[in-house]
Design a protein around this ligand. Sequence first.
Ligand SMILES: NC(=O)C1=CN([C@@H]2O[C@H](COP(=O)(O)OP(=O)(O)OC[C@H]3O[C@@H](n4cnc5c(N)ncnc54)[C@H](O)[C@@H]3O)[C@@H](O)[C@H]2O)[C@@H](O)CC1
Ligand SMILES: Nc1ncnc2c1ncn2[C@@H]1O[C@H](COP(=O)(O)OP(=O)(O)O)[C@@H](O)[C@H]1O
Ligand SMILES: [K+]
Length: 500
Amino acid sequence: MKLLSATQIRQWDEFTIKNEPIVSLELMERAANACTRWLLQNTLAGTYYIFCGKGNNGGDGLAIARLLYNAGRAIKVFILESDAKGSDDYISNFRILHHLSAIPIYQVRSEKDLPVIPEECILIDALFGTGLNRGLTGLAAQLIDHLNNAGAPVISIDIPSGLFCDQSSRGHSIIRARHTLTFQVLKMAFLIAENAVFFGQVHLIDINLHPSYPDLVDTPFYIINQSMARRIYRPRTAFAHKGNFGHALIIAGAYGKTGAAILSTRACLRTGAGLVTAHVPDRSVSILQTAAPEAMVFPDPEADHIATLGYTPELFSATGIGPGIGTGVKTKFFLRGLLEHEALKLVLDADALNIIAGSPGLLNHLPPGSILTPHPREFSRLFGEQDNDFKKMEIAISKSMELNVIIILKGHHTLVALPDGTGFFNITGNAGMAKGGSGDVLTGMLTGLLAQGYSSKEAAIMGVFLHGLAGDLAAGARGMEAMTATDIIENIGSAFQQLL
Ligand SMILES: NC(=O)C1=CN([C@@H]2O[C@H](COP(=O)(O)OP(=O)(O)OC[C@H]3O[C@@H](n4cnc5c(N)ncnc54)[C@H](O)[C@@H]3O)[C@@H](O)[C@H]2O)[C@@H](O)CC1
Ligand SMILES: Nc1ncnc2c1ncn2[C@@H]1O[C@H](COP(=O)(O)OP(=O)(O)O)[C@@H](O)[C@H]1O
Ligand SMILES: [K+]
């Protein structure tokens, strides 16, 4: 699913107005009706303090005020005054509301007009929407601070005021909403970790924008959804044999971290690789074979570390390396040697990435199409600290293009950055996965998919989707606190079944 920019969303409104066709004011009325329905269903009757700017977001706020009033709710309307005359639809809605003389409308012209806000009221934020074109300052910023400090819950219309859709909002005054009722589609701002404190729970409000528009526009950003994963998934044919599904190699687990090797290996098995071999230090062999009897093992001659490439890596269909291997000298040399094999299909995670971060020259020796799976700290070690998460995303994409690799920047909404300059956001997964071992599972899953012949792009996109979905199923069964990485593995099968 395409992730549209603020400009494209505005054009989508215009496209709908022209092609449905519908007049702009009626589209605003449709949006306001949908928001009002949500408010009536989800908020208890109290007084709504509705704060409106003078653009179309403010127009939405005025229309919502009228509809709530008609539904019998108590309301007060506050207009943030400025020199702007107001958008046409704002003006129309203001006139309609003004005629309903029972509705109190207050103007906020200076600091002394900031109202006293009782804690038990509901604040509706319709000050600025997707038309924000600079950070808020002056009276607007004072009003935002005032609302944030009031102690009453804030419900933002479309986007918290002050938050930019497609760029970092760091350092600006921004509403901290408990809920955001956003029109039609997710905005990029809601996918970026640094914004998490602002939008609260996001609810998509369907306003029936014209279905043809997204097909007509290009965008470098996508959201991974079930239908995208389904298009990638290739169900097994009845006459298949294990040779059809590749032989995966997992290189993981210095002694003391054998668990990482077990999790990756078991995830790889559960993802469908025909054969799986785990390369682990000698002392870990029996532990691994007990925990994952379906896997074969290559015992490293070293008791505690990965050090020896005693096989031809090209014989494996795909290789995952990194979980728990440590960054010792012998393991560094091992990785250096492995990267000389240019034809490998590789997944690099955890300590493999830390080793590369310590010898950045190695970045130029990654086999084309390799998949790197850094979490944010590993990402910073590899590519430097960035001022904000949007910049981080840009760097992920530019490095992916420059190095011809796939970078999976892990997080709540994991980003898959591809060498063609596109970025795919994952929306499965939950905070129950924020514990040791979840990443090891992803490495095993990605290696398993590569081994079965999925391309790096397919494996990355479907892999992060299935990993998050398995995590969601695990959370559903066990709860976020109690679930473990093993529970993610146990739910990989059910996640696949949702692709059938
Ligand atoms: N027909 C449509 O286009 C629809 C638009 N909708 C609403 O319209 C919103 C977008 O409306 P607009 O494009 O009018 O934009 P906004 O309502 O976000 O307001 C933009 C206005 O504020 C000014 N402004 C921007 N940044 C400012 C700043 N930092 N300080 C002071 N003034 C600033 C702009 O110059 C402009 O006049 C959406 O978020 C949504 O709420 C919905 O009603 C659905 C239909
Ligand atoms: N809050 C969250 N929401 C969704 N997914 C999460 C969340 N926290 C962690 N994850 C996922 O869990 C995995 C954690 O990986 P990582 O930090 O490498 O863990 P580890 O190295 O301990 O196994 C990533 O795939 C990440 O996307
Ligand atoms: K808003």
